[in-house]
Design a binder for this molecule. Sequence first.
Ligand SMILES: [Zn+2]
Ligand SMILES: [Zn+2]
Length: 86
Amino acid sequence: MSLLLDEAKRFAPTTRPGPQDAWEGTVAESYACGVCGKRYQHKRSLWRHSKFECRKIPHFQCPFCPRRTTQNNSLKKHIMLCHQVL
Ligand SMILES: [Zn+2]
Ligand SMILES: [Zn+2]
């Protein structure tokens, strides 16, 4: 009676993953980078971005020359030193 066995298998409860991703928190893209505005679904993704990624991208363009800096503070310093603008 292989047919009955197949039926039993089909209706057997499948092992489904539980709500293990509940710790992920809110799924909405609610975490925005304060520097470049990039949005992330998870806080740790934003943390990783701001810790390792964002600082390496030169977001800050000097309005007086083609120089770009990775941090707002260093751009301000550059403007003060090179262009004497406060
Ligand atoms: Zn960023
Ligand atoms: Zn400049």
